[in-house]
Write a protein that binds this ligand. Sequence first.
Ligand SMILES: [Fe+2]
Length: 407
Amino acid sequence: MKSIKFLHISDLHRGGSWRVEPIGDHKDSAVSGLFAETIVSPMESDFIESIKQWQYNHGNIDAIVCTGDLGDKGNSSRIDEGVSFVHKIQEALGINTANVLICPGNHDADRGQSPELMFSGYCNALSKFSFTDHRTDDKPFFINGIPFVVVNTSLGAGEKSVFIRKYIELVNGLSDSDKRSFEEELNNAGVQYLDDSLDIPVVTNLQRQRIKKAISDTTSSFVVLVMHHNLLPCNMVEIRPYSSVIDAGKTLDDLMETQKDVLIVHGHVHFSSSSIIRRPDRMHCISSVGTGLFNGRTGSSINIVEVFCSDDGQHFITVVYEYIEQINGLQFNKSTSICDKIEKDSLDGVLSYFIDNPGIGAGFDEIRTAVGCSEKELLSTLLLNGSLFNISRNKSSNPSQWIIHRN
Ligand SMILES: [Fe+2]
């Protein structure tokens, strides 16, 4: 049994110009110092303390997965600030530098540059803190034996502006200098025109080939895909320019041809809570709200994802601990499971075991033998019926060391 716990953060948007009521835009020099001192700093401490507390209760986190938009509008010092904060979290939690996986978001691309130079600032920021740039790996990166593949979906950053400007000119006959009036028209009509979102999210042919080969070559049947934009339709409806990659259909085809279970971990969406999707086509998805709380943006959250995976990767269970920002930092909100199969027979067996053996805790393996189910089935049963059972695991990820109690 392989297992991993990783912290999923995303969309830090450091240095972004979110407004903080009642003091307004914190980029305003009159309030920026005040903002940093009274809001950002305590929030950062609360944030890190909340995760440390989680570690204390649930066991060490093995890795950090950051799904992009560390900075804002491609500004290199903002990207530096974002990566520096990831480094701060990594040090506070005692996580190995090699176990920090980062992918770029559209805000980490310098939109004015050619595709070759667009991510120079991002790469420099990673190297300052000795983080590895996994964008072009032709093999998965393994943490605790579980394969991760990093994808850059931000190669189309800046492209959409070309189309929108053309649209403006064709439809309205306005030149660039008249753009403001067009924006005002849109605003008056209640349509948002966001200059900083003018990007086309795309995986690209070359990356699709690379990902498919990397995933096909692993012996594991379970792979984690790390990307900024969403690949799957999310289970929320919104009217904003936060779309899936434009070649999502082709990418899904390629992934499904590998016949593996793929857990897609992404950001970008800025929803009001994390979205967790399990699909019958073996493409599963965890999205993050965005950890932009340091810009005063509300509704931020993180995920702590725990994956249990059989040695051949054939069976896996993912438990997501979703944290939502509250008044005083981050508070535990709920846990959700994505599981490859729910075994009703197994649940009936475990319940009758406790009817026959009331009042005492029992070892995981003891119950498994008595019920006659597989390790995966018993894990699914316990994790998906959390209200019925209490697991004393003394921070161990090895189920053989767990003691199960019937609530
Ligand atoms: Fe984004």
